[in-house]
Design a protein around this ligand. Structure first.
Ligand SMILES: [Zn+2]
Length: 91
């Protein structure tokens, strides 16, 4: 599990995600399945907010070590979009 603090923290992972272009499937709000279409590898990313802090976890090797992997970067961008849509729907 990693705490998401700055955008710079995810910069390398975002760049990798832009290259790999993984497929993100929404399991539910906060839970995403990220698939590398080239290799077929599939990982689960969870995004959550606790005490106003944002956290994410991924079950790949890098994510399990607490690193911001590109799966997290891809899922977080989908998560932020979903959260924005949910917020606009509530208004
Ligand atoms: Zn990962």
């Amino acid at each position: 599990m990693i705490q998401l603090t700055t955008a710079a923290q995810l910069e390398n992972a975002i760049n990798k995600a832009r290259t790999v272009k993984p497929f993100v499937r929404v399991n539910r709000f906060g839970s995403y399945t990220v698939t590398n279409k080239q290799t077929g590898a599939t990982y689960t990313v969870e995004c959550m907010k606790r005490d106003g802090k944002r956290f994410a976890s991924c079950n790949c090797k890098a994510g399990a070590r607490g690193n911001a992997c590109y799966h997290i970067a891809a899922a977080v961008s989908a998560h932020i979009q979903l959260a924005a849509e949910a917020a606009s729907f509530a208004n």
